[in-house]
Design a protein around this ligand. Structure first.
Ligand code: BGC
Length: 496
């Protein structure tokens, strides 16, 4: 069977045959059996971060309060009671970040802009010059070191003023507000930045429920409305970029979605259909509008009139508005069509799956992937399978892996030396990049990979209790950064 043809079920079965040997090849943690030279020379390897998680300077430089400043001030909201008021202090130590990235040898850095640094109130006549200056310094420093900036315009942190005014992503007023903010960024940085990501992981609660009152928190109906506003906000920003700023440059604009792989529990047509439905509810919710101009039939069937519709004009603006798809990949699940032990159709996804979809993580007593400290299973094969699925389903779009990473639980008892030993993380990266290579060899149009994340940082509701960094940050000693074993592995991997 030709793996490039998508037919219901066929592609999923074929992936399994093509990729069956991937998992079997995971081995000794630090083995360097692949390198960047296994990929084309223009393939981009980078590392990612986000403004709120690293910058600190919460109320410096004219920054306005954001939704996550609100969340961290709510008693009991953050697991370890911490805030990100200082975090990694990148607002002052951005040069140390650039030096790390350069030292490891990455080609690119994905970071986000704090909207409330540019417009403290979310909207305004004039942007905050100190905010623009900060990002100008960062961009110039990256370019000086030969590192390409990939900018995310909104990574969960919305100006709180917009939530107070109209509910943030819940109000349709957000669409012109986001477009205006995006345009300011294109105008200010577009002469030096070629890669733009409008929104990070729009489908999850951390993005659209932060800063809102308990009464306004999204339910099954309102979250589709918030998602709709995000899709339109992306599309309007992309339209402005293309009409006024893309020009003859090779600049591109896309969006980063968190998508898991859903492996059918068996090869039965029902389980294969359940897998496709699960994928429609996760990625398809946004991807179908971008690549086909409308929501997936499976979501429409389940939610009927509660799901917003695109007017013909909106559909025209939305369809084709993503030059590339950013994929944030962390884990995979099994899926089946019938109730079965250990499987549920109300898993912890933001949206409830229909009654024909049951999700679990174990088959014949074996987990789909190694358990990681945050509870996500590491399933490298799932990355290649997901990429092949996206290729078949959406016409082989340009893809960047914009996040992929491994958590560890903070252990304050460990010495510095011990904290730098992260063999499991190293193995996580090695096996996932190997899977990525497999997908690339099978024709997936993937052109870049970003490790999550540059350094230990503020991990949202977990505070500093779970760490994803390839560099250790000594939060007690002036936020000094140290390379972990995984960073050293990347350094070797990236040597030309
Ligand atoms: C988010 C990051 C986060 C990471 C690990 C992703 O969902 O984009 O901000 O740190 O997952 O939890």
């Amino acid at each position: 069977m030709d793996i490039n043809t998508f037919s219901s079920g066929g592609i999923l079965l074929e992936h399994r045959q093509v990729l069956n040997n991937v998992g079997a090849q995971t081995g000794a943690p630090t083995r360097l059996d692949i390198s960047r030279n296994s990929f084309p020379s223009d393939f981009i390897f980078g590392v990612a971060s986000s403004a709120y998680q690293i910058e600190g300077g919460a109320l410096e430089g004219g920054k306005g309060p954001c939704t996550w400043d609100t969340e961290t001030s709510k008693p009991g909201r953050i697991l370890d009671g911490s805030t990100a008021n200082v975090a990694c202090d990148s607002y002052h130590k951005y040069q140390a970040d650039v030096d790390l990235i350069h030292n490891i040898g990455y080609d690119a850095y994905r970071f986000s802009i704090a909207w409330s640094r540019i417009y403290p109130e979310g909207v305004g006549e004039r942007p905050n010059q100190e905010g623009l200056d900060y990002y100008n310094r960062l961009i110039d420093s990256l370019l000086k070191s030969g590192i390409k900036p990939f900018i995310t315009l909104c990574h969960f942190d919305l100006p709180q003023a917009l939530v107070d005014k109209f509910g943030g992503w819940h109000g349709s007023e957000i669409v012109p507000a986001f477009a205006a903010y995006a345009e300011t960024c294109f105008k200010s940085f577009g002469d030096r930045v070629r890669h733009w990501i409008t929104i990070n992981e729009p489908t999850i609660d951390l993005a659209f429920n932060a800063g809102v009152s308990a009464a306004m928190e999204a339910n099954e109906v309102t979250r589709y409305k918030a998602g709709h506003n995000m899709i339109l906000a992306h599309a309007h920003a992309a339209k402005i970029y293309r009409e006024k700023y893309q020009g003859s440059s090779d600049g591109v604009i896309g969006i980063s979605l968190d998508i898991q792989w859903f492996e059918p529990l068996t090869d039965s047509p029902e389980d294969i259909e359940a897998s496709e439905t699960a994928l429609a509810f996760r990625g398809g919710w946004f991807l179908d509008p971008f690549f086909r101009g409308e929501y997936p039939a499976a979501i429409r069937k389940t939610w009927g009139y509660s799901l917003p519709s695109f007017t013909p004009e909106e559909s025209r603006i939305v369809k084709g508005s993503a030059d590339f798809l950013g994929v944030n990949y962390y884990t995979a699940y099994y899926v089946t069509s019938k109730p079965c032990d250990g499987f549920s159709n109300e898993p912890a996804f933001p949206v409830t799956m229909p009654s024909s979809v049951y999700v679990g993580d174990t088959k014949n007593g074996v987990l789909i992937g190694a358990q990681t400290p945050t509870g996500l299973r590491a399933c490298p094969d799932g990355l290649a399978r997901l990429l092949l699925f996206l290729k078949s389903k959406y016409g082989n779009p340009l893809i960047y892996i914009t996040e992929n990473g491994y958590s560890e639980k903070r252990n304050p008892e460990m010495t510095l030396e011990e904290s730098l030993q992260d063999g499991e993380r190293t193995e996580f990266f090695r096996s996932h990049i190997r899977s990525l290579l497999e997908a690339h060899k099978n024709g997936v149009n993937v052109r870049g990979y970003f490790a999550w994340t540059l350094m230990d940082n503020f991990e949202w509701l977990w505070g500093y209790g779970f760490l994803f960094g390839i560099c250790y940050v000594d939060f007690q000693n002036n936020q000094k950064r140290y390379l972990k074993e995984s960073a050293l592995w990347f350094k070797k991997f990236l040597q030309k």
